[in-house]
Design a protein around this ligand. Structure first.
Ligand SMILES: C[S@@+](CC[C@H](N)C(=O)[O-])C[C@H]1O[C@@H](n2cnc3c(N)ncnc32)[C@H](O)[C@@H]1O
Length: 224
């Protein structure tokens, strides 16, 4: 089976610890595990999902292509044993869901060598939460998927040093990702739009406007 992953899924796969077992939590289509197994990057992959339909879809793909893997129906890491795999991937979900999954059993979350996370919302909140809960960032990348630019982060147990910035990842800034400028421009444009909308509203939004202006100025300052 030949799999051509999207840039987002390729970025996630490239952060997996090679030669060791992995789990894909909320796998849905199962493309990332199929890639990891057929490319022999991982000797064993566990696919999990909270919903029967998506897990069945992944099982069908594996059956059609004669790929062996383990499938587990259930929420988050509840269906994994502590330390059972080296890498746990949780991608394509809201940051609040990812925090909920990891926070339910923090000890277990720390039993895996590496977590690869790709939140779609509450990204800054997740970053701060991770640094406050004993995780340090070991990799961070931006990647395109259709019109979106996504953030993919790899974390391991450890001290992240300075507190994380909710607006933007320090790791990403230091790394100088190729999509950094474009991503910052998009974030600045979103802030500008919100400020404009708040200004046009009949409500009293002075404090909120000030907050968004400060955030926009901060993003402009780190772009320089
Ligand atoms: C948008 S899909 C993302 C699929 C894939 N991980 C990706 O990045 O392309 C989200 C999947 O996560 C599953 N999901 C949502 N909450 C979950 C949870 N708490 N535990 C396990 N799976 C969950 C959904 O059923 C769905 O199949």
């Amino acid at each position: 089976m030949r799999i051509k992953l999207s840039e987002r899924m390729q970025t996630i796969s490239d952060m997996v610890i090679p030669g060791e077992a992995a789990a894909d939590v909320g796998t849905d289509h199962g493309y990332i595990p199929a890639y990891l197994l057929t490319k022999e990057i991982c000797p064993r992959v566990i696919l999990t999902d909270i919903a029967d339909g998506p897990l069945q879809r992944a099982e069908d793909l594996f059956e059609r292509n004669d790929i062996a893997a383990e499938f587990r129906l259930g929420a988050g890491i509840e269906v994994l044993e502590p330390g059972e795999v080296s890498t746990v991937i949780i991608a394509g979900m809201g940051g609040e869901t990812i925090m909920d999954i990891l926070g339910k059993d923090l000890k277990k979350s720390h039993s895996y060598k590496r977590l690869i996370l790709q939140p779609r919302t509450f990204i800054g909140e997740l970053r701060v939460w991770l640094s406050e809960n004993g995780f340090r960032f070991t990799d961070y990348a931006l990647c395109r998927e259709r019109k979106l630019i996504n953030e993919v982060m790899a974390v391991e147990t450890g001290d992240s040093g300075e507190p994380e910035n909710i607006l933007f990842s320090r790791f990403l800034l230091d790394k100088g990702d190729p999509l950094l400028c474009e991503y910052l421009d998009r974030m600045i444009a979103i802030k500008e739009n919100v400020i404009k909308q708040l200004g046009n509203s009949k409500e009293e939004n002075g404090e909120l406007i000030e907050r968004f202006k400060k955030e926009k100025e901060y993003l402009e300052s780190i772009k320089k």
